[in-house]
Write a protein that binds this ligand. Structure first.
Ligand SMILES: N[C@@H](CCC(=O)N[C@@H](CS)C(=O)NCC(=O)O)C(=O)O
Length: 208
């Protein structure tokens, strides 16, 4: 049994999708980021980085970092058909995962959504937010070109689309970004996958 540390509406939404895609048996522990659960001793004892996603493995260790968890799930459940069967496909999936998480998320959305984490003065925050929004817009342009007329980023659905899913969902739900039409169609395609429908109850923060 796997233990999944998850905060609805965060980037761990992508790992939730993958857990359902591969049909893994897992239990979910909700880490409420707004309440600061990620900084509590109980969670830090599991993941000293104080972030989600994290995945408790059967051997008792905890795996962190979205790209690493995504590739581990694909490789550990090959029957799900998400495991790359060649070095180049594997490299292309890693390339997309690293770009989406490392650039679009960390250097784009993070600055747009949370400039106050980095700067206290309002003018500086506005500049940082504008920089973040420009990075996201650039990233969406790149991803739209990469997707082209394909159904998913690398043809068939892959681990990279789980990262695409959460950034597109942020762009549409929280960010007020204009999604290029092909990315919008891809997001709709992912949302209707059985795994995404199964994940739905834990994708959004409870209201109120
Ligand atoms: N590089 C990390 C990024 C994880 C990350 O930034 N998670 C955010 C949620 S989207 C988080 O846990 N933030 C809580 C905090 O920084 O206090 C990964 O790939 O998993």
């Amino acid at each position: 049994m796997l233990t999944f540390y998850h905060s609805p509406q965060s980037c761990s939404n992508g790992i939730l999708l993958l857990l359902h895609e591969v049909g893994a048996a897992f239990e979910t522990r909700i880490i409420d980021l707004r309440a600061g659960d990620q900084r509590r001793a109980e969670y830090l004892a599991q993941n000293t980085k104080g972030k989600v996603p994290a995945l408790g493995l059967p051997d008792g260790s905890v795996l962190t970092e979205f790209p690493a968890i995504a590739m581990w799930l694909a490789d550990s459940f090959p029957e799900a058909g998400l495991a790359p069967d060649s070095a180049i496909k594997r490299a292309r999936i890693s390339e997309m995962l690293d770009y989406i998480v490392g650039s679009v998320h960390m250097r784009g959305f993070t600055f747009d959504k949370m400039p106050q984490k980095f700067l206290s003065d309002p003018a500086g925050q506005a500049t940082l937010r504008a920089h973040g929004r420009a990075e996201v817009a650039r990233g969406l342009g790149f991803l739209s070109n990469a997707l082209g007329h394909s159904a998913f980023l690398l043809g068939d659905f892959s681990a990279a689309d789980a990262a695409l899913f959460y950034v597109l969902d942020w762009a549409e739900q929280d960010g007020g970004y204009d999604l290029p039409a092909n990315l919008e169609r891809c997001l709709a395609r992912i949302r209707t996958r059985p795994a995404c429908l199964a994940a739905a109850p834990l994708l959004r923060r409870p209201q109120g």
